[in-house]
Design a protein around this ligand. Structure first.
Ligand code: SF4
Length: 167
């Protein structure tokens, strides 16, 4: 199984708390006005890598957790779910995932929702240019929520919403 990616950032500190291996995937159809990364919209951009290859890179860094970003990982939900499942069953790393979908949209679609059980945190919703706030941590506009899907949530991170039980 392959994922079309634009870039892999190793030991980044900008994509969630602590050191993280960030996988930036290709393709996004949300087309938010003012998107910070419109070159990521092209579903044919970047190049394909296998889940095994990504897992090898992730495992090689013993101190970094994992971030899925893009683009929007939910447009490649089958392959990202497989990657997330293997990360959560073969390592003790946390996964933060950014998406332009809201969690309500994801939960209403069983195909998209398949990834939720394997994620620790979802940062959801489109970027709204008119609400842009550069003081927000990990988000561009306040409609976007930092949603802890399991375990203990970190209330010290502004934008964290109460733990959302999986449906
Ligand atoms: S969801 Fe993210 S990558 Fe996609 S258009 Fe919106 S801001 Fe850009």
């Amino acid at each position: 199984m392959t994922i079309r990616i634009l870039n892999i950032l190793e030991q980044t500190m900008a994509d969630g708390p602590g050191f993280r291996t960030a996988i930036y995937c290709a393709g996004c159809a949300h087309h938010c006005k003012g998107c910070h990364n419109p070159q990521s919209w092209d579903f044919a951009g970047g190049h394909e890598v296998t889940v095994d290859e990504l897992l090898e890179i992730i495992k090689a860094d013993s101190m970094s957790d994992v971030t899925f970003s893009g683009g929007d990982p939910f447009y490649q939900v089958d392959a990202f779910t497989e990657l997330a499942r293997r990360i959560k069953t073969e390592t003790d790393k946390t996964i933060w995932c950014w998406t332009g979908f809201t969690i309500e949209e994801i939960q209403a679609d069983p195909h998209l929702a398949q990834m939720l059980p394997w994620l620790d945190v979802l940062v959801d919703g489109p970027f709204i240019l008119e609400q842009r706030d550069t003081t927000l941590l990990f988000r561009g506009s306040p409609n976007q929520r930092i949603i802890y899907l399991k375990g203990k949530q970190d209330d010290t991170i502004p934008g964290t919403v109460p733990l959302v039980p999986l449906k």
